[in-house]
Design a protein around this ligand. Sequence first.
Ligand code: MD6
Ligand code: FE
Length: 204
Amino acid sequence: MPRPVPTTTLAGVEIFEGYLDRDTQEALVSDLRDVVAQAPLFAPKTRFGKEMSVRMTSAGRYGWFTDACGYRYIDAHPSGTSWPPIPKRILGIWRALASKEREPDCCLINFYGETAKMGLHQDRDEADFGWPVLSISLGDEALFRVGGTERGGKTQSIWLRSGDVVVMGGAARLVYHGIDRIKFGTSPLLSQGGRINLTLRVVD
Ligand code: MD6
Ligand code: FE
């Protein structure tokens, strides 16, 4: 299969709008319920001591974590249990759009409730920026802001919807990006509302 063409490109960030159909989205939610049953969502604190508004957990060899010691990858859930494997269906999306050469080491799962957001950041806790980062949006719409590789540059925004996939690679691997807000209740996928974002990365 040739690689699909992005429907939109924003500062080099590729967006595949509507890439996942509704059945696939539902199957992913079911996969994630199994992951969260083994590795429950938690609300991490940044190194500044502030609790993040998203709740998170991970699957894979590594999970992303933050506390007073800073941002890093850790090899077990904070409870001590190992991170569950990344569901096969998620690896298939990575293979189709990100890389057939290597599988991701981490699938970070972020859950956004009604008031959650994510400040502008770069994904730079990985060893090799030659590998892309892929993200999957499920549930409510979210306003995604993309800037350049320097903080304070001009930014552009796009609404991400359930089933959209984003790939940040090449010259766009280190662009600043964040979620300004979600539009709660805009998707029927999650019965209680909210949004899930999955980010897949090669870590080391
Ligand atoms: C989000 N996304 O969509 C936040 N990071 O909730 C990210 O932080 C992100 O979409 C790296 C690559 C793609 C992304
Ligand atoms: Fe990110």
